[in-house]
Design a protein around this ligand. Structure first.
Ligand code: ARG
Length: 564
């Protein structure tokens, strides 16, 4: 049940063809008139050329009498006042509290989703540009699993392409023996930068790089062994980051995995008349769609990103029979996804393809860019977040000079990583995000520490209370109780909406609003000091809030420690 949705629906039925997407149902300003109010009949008087009361009457006629409403009345010039049915609230809360999924509908049961995220390019350190794909992708992954989907989380590594010729040459000639022996991703990065800089000014060097690449592609043993070593080192380094972030992949099929399937794809495109020759290359046109052409085989015979992604969809369909494949990448790749989605549809591939593009992350107002070299390494960002969180943890202890305990360290990681993730996830993925330490780590405001703190407080309240009454003890009557109850009942629908829109921010917004509803409930309603059965009822409400908050944070990949 979503009150706003219901009213929107009634407005739309009463006045079809108008845009009511901005319609608002707000908590009532005066509890004597009900629990909620909607003032939009007044707002639409002009557009609809009707007195607001007439509009309100037509809307209520469409609304009818849903079971969760006790009363719906018109007041004054055309306010709609709504009173929620207490019995319905109490029964619904009991159902959610009893449900192992806390009301999350198992809408994905029997369905499979492949989620392609993080997918960094090998032989480079991860920088904060990679955090968005990893964090947003992982939240979508967790959200889909919670809905009952079988999820295949696939890390589509950039592990093939021209950079490996440059890298092999750089490895052999730009590194010291010591570096080659204890090779790290940092060394690989250095080899790449030195070798590619050289290739730009030195034609012989450039050709030598090309030769190394051709040898690799033709299966030369030495080059292939080097390539394998580079990939292994990269994967180990990425895994270290993923372990810190609590991210786990089911498969790591990089671009190289699809190598042997690409010639087949091109052959089929040609056979179906979808690809044509142009200046030695094979291209696909998108005249009808008004998009630029895509190259599927270069003039030197090499395949590229489009070809590999088509082969990849084919292979995923054969191996996993997915209902949907979701890709999380930055928004500069939008054209690429549009193009190969169109090709897949024309090839009759039976799967829903979704691209979730995200905007860039900047840092203190400054863009991060590879070329300017002011990249913040993910590793450094994460260590810094733990360092800052530990300061907060230690400042809240009685003995401020005590050495941090292992518990303090664990708490600092929960808060630090949580802050970084939430700073990203609380924004619509499509928008750019400016990361700000003070905002991310604030104990007040829309931040992970605020939510974690709210959770820890509920945990300590419940611990103090001893036994909490059974779930059927819910009784909901004050406006604060009702508002919190309605929020908690929307958890399942919110998770489903976050999945449908592929926006973890929908869930983040919800958690923040719910925490605010809890906070006003907590301020105005005595809990431990109230008489039974009210005490048990309120405690049960608190516990349900704690459970929903912990589950919601978990779906965002954020820990909810019992104490802060
Ligand atoms: N490796 C690419 C990058 O770093 C992202 C790959 C996304 N996945 C895909 N199937 N194209 O930008």
């Amino acid at each position: 049940m979503e009150l706003t949705e219901c009213l929107k629906d009634a407005f739309e039925k009463a006045f079809p063809g108008n845009d009511f997407s901005q319609l608002a149902v707000l908590p009532a300003t005066d509890a004597r008139f009900g629990d909620f109010q909607c003032n939009d009949a007044l707002k639409f008087a002009k557009t609809l050329h009707l007195p607001p009361r007439k509009i309100a009457e037509a809307v209520l006629a469409q609304l009818g009498k849903p079971e969760f409403l006790e009363k719906a009345e018109i007041a004054g010039p055309g306010f709609i006042n709504l009173t929620v049915a207490e019995k319905w609230l109490a029964d619904s809360l009991a159902k959610v509290a009893d449900d192992a999924h806390l009301g999350i509908p198992q809408a994905g049961a029997g369905r499979t989703a492949v989620i392609d995220y993080s997918s960094p390019n090998a032989a480079k350190q991860m920088h904060i540009g990679h955090i968005r794909s990893t964090v947003i992708g992982n939240a979508i992954d967790r959200i889909y699993r919670s809905l009952g989907y079988r999820v295949i989380a696939d890390n589509h590594l950039g592990d093939w392409g021209t950079q490996f010729g440059i890298l092999i040459k750089g490895y052999r000639e730009c590194l010291t023996d010591a570096q080659r022996e204890n090779l790290t991703v940092k060394d690989l990065e250095e080899a790449y930068v030195k070798s590619s800089t050289r290739a730009k000014e030195d034609e012989t060097w450039k050709n030598a790089c090309r030769e190394e690449l051709v040898k690799l592609q033709q299966g030369d043993a030495a080059n292939h062994a080097l390539w394998e070593r580079f990939i292994k080192i990269s994967i180990d380094e990425f895994t270290r980051m993923y372990d810190l972030l609590g991210v786990h992949f089911d498969t790591w099929r990089g671009e190289s995995f699809y190598n042997s399937m690409m010639a087949d794809v091109v052959e089929e495109l040609v056979k179906r008349g979808m690809a044509e020759e142009s200046e030695g290359a094979l291209i696909v046109r998108f005249d009808a769609e008004g998009l630029p052409i895509a190259i599927v085989r270069k003039s030197d015979g090499g395949f590229n990103y489009t070809t590999s992604d088509i082969a990849c969809v084919r292979s995923r369909i054969a191996d996993y029979h997915p209902d949907v494949i979701i890709y999380v990448t930055d928004d500069r790749q939008q054209l690429h996804f549009k193009q190969f989605f169109i090709i897949c549809a024309k090839l009759g591939m039976d799967v829903k393809l979704v691209h979730v593009p995200f905007g860039l992350m900047s840092f203190g107002g400054k863009a991060i860019s590879t070329r300017e070299g002011n990249l913040i390494k993910l590793d450094d960002l994460l260590s810094e977040s733990v360092r800052r969180a530990l300061e907060i943890v230690l400042s809240r202890k009685d003995d401020k000079s005590a050495e941090p305990t292992p518990d303090d360290m664990e708490l600092a990681r929960a808060i630090g990583f949580g802050a970084v993730k939430y700073a990203d996830l609380s924004h619509d993925p499509a928008t750019a995000v400016d990361f700000d330490w003070d905002k991310a780590l604030a104990l007040e405001g829309n931040s992970a520490p605020y939510l974690q703190y709210a959770h820890a407080r509920v945990c300590s309240l419940i611990a103090k209370a001893g036994a909490v009454g059974t779930a059927d003890a819910f009784a909901v009557s004050t406006p604060e109780e009702k508002r919190l109850a309605l929020q908690l009942l929307q958890f399942g629908a919110t998770v489903e909406r976050a999945a449908r829109q592929a926006k973890p921010s929908v869930l983040a917004d919800y958690l923040f609003q719910t925490a605010q509803a809890y906070s006003s409930f907590y301020q105005r309603s005595p809990i431990l000091k109230s008489e039974e059965p009210l005490r048990s009822s309120r405690l049960a409400l608190c516990r349900l809030f704690g459970d929903v908050l912990a589950k919601g944070l978990d779906l965002l990949g954020i820990a909810a420690p019992a104490r802060i």
